[in-house]
Design a protein around this ligand. Structure first.
Ligand SMILES: Nc1ncnc2c1ncn2[C@@H]1O[C@H](COP(=O)(O)OP(=O)(O)OP(=O)(O)O)[C@@H](O)[C@H]1O
Ligand SMILES: [Mg+2]
Length: 306
């Protein structure tokens, strides 16, 4: 399968601090690829290097078949980039924003395309005149995505497109991304939401500028090599504090009425919890979640790279 993104060794420093370190990334055509990682891990910086907005200090590669170092203009014309912060013009109306973007990209049949876009978004004639800055978060996001799609890009780079958007609007957004994927359009999307990660074909997890894991959700969870017990019952806070003192236990995290207790060695883990098993609590072996895995990766990355 053809690759929409294929980069090796991408590296970038700001003020002598390396914020992206030797990133290799392959994204297949038509794939929905989730880009995850804590605040400041280097996701936005990587995305900006992919679409030619930022020159890497080292590394090379292709985006949509164009070289990221020498053909950035061609990449920019073919990519739909939705920036992390609302990138449209607050003081322009909904329709004016779309018209402006369509002019920049020299969209053929501009007036017709913009009119259809506004109609598809479901804005009434009256609402089309509303200033973009006065829209609610969900509507802003829908408008920004529509604007990023106006020139029919083959690749969408979406930087936290659903931050602060309600579940219904997020679901509609993800349905749209899957429809686009079925039409062969590739999406690389950064997010902090685990449910959104699970809607991607593959994900990459980044921390401290390093790519720590890449693959399907199942493979990322499996390759992490974590073992988990859950416990429910009384006085979980007190129990959590005691468990955190034990060797063989790496994470103790409250999840609703349960604790997730995690380690890398199943025997050590079982031995560590054995003294705490009693009739007041229910203990079960369970599968770690993606969030458990990511928290474990960040802890390890902190030791190695912070
Ligand atoms: N133009 C810049 N000048 C100086 N430092 C920068 C610049 N852009 C990013 N950084 C720094 O690079 C690091 C990575 O930032 P980046 O925005 O790529 O992270 P991120 O993973 O997108 O974070 P978030 O999830 O908060 O959006 C941060 O420490 C940030 O402060
Ligand atoms: Mg960011």
């Amino acid at each position: 399968m053809a690759l929409a993104i294929n980069v090796k060794g991408l590296t970038k420093s700001f003020d002598h601090k390396e914020v992206v370190s030797h990133i290799d990334l392959d994204v297949k055509s038509g794939e929905i690829f989730g880009f995850l990682g804590p605040n400041g891990s280097g996701k936005t910086t990587t995305i900006r290097m992919l679409c030619g907005l930022l020159k890497p200090d080292a590394g090379d590669g292709h985006c949509l078949g164009y070289n990221i170092l020498t053909e950035s203009l061609l990449i920019k014309m073919q990519v739909g980039y939705m920036t992390q912060r609302f990138s449209l013009y607050d003081e322009l109306s909904i329709k004016e924003n779309l018209d402006f973007i369509a002019r920049i990209y020299k969209v053929p049949n501009r007036k017709k395309v913009v009119a259809e876009c506004v109609e598809n978004l479901g804005f009434s004639k009256q609402r089309q005149k509303q200033l973009a800055g006065t829209l609610s978060g969900g509507w802003k996001q829908r408008l920004a995505l529509a604007a990023a799609m106006l020139h029919q890009p083959k690749l969408l780079l979406l930087d936290e497109p659903t931050a602060g958007v309600d579940p219904q609007a997020r679901r509609e957004f993800w349905n749209t991304i899957h429809d686009l994927s079925a039409q062969g359009i590739t999406t690389l999307v950064s997010t902090h939401y685990m449910d959104e990660a699970e809607r991607c074909h593959r994900v990459a997890y980044m921390a401290y500028g390093h790519l720590l894991a890449t693959g399907t959700i199942d493979s990322v969870i499996e390759n992490a090599g974590l073992y988990m017990w859950t416990v429910s019952g009384d006085n979980l806070q007190q129990l959590a504090a005691q468990l955190r003192e034990q060797t063989g236990i790496e994470q103790v995290t409250p999840f609703g009425r349960q604790l997730h207790i995690i380690g890398h060695d199943p025997k050590e883990l079982a031995a560590a919890i054995a003294p705490f098993k009693n009739n007041n609590h229910e203990w079960q072996i369970a599968n770690p979640t993606l969030e458990d895995v990511f928290i474990s990766y960040v802890a390890k990355a902190k030791d190695n790279f912070a």
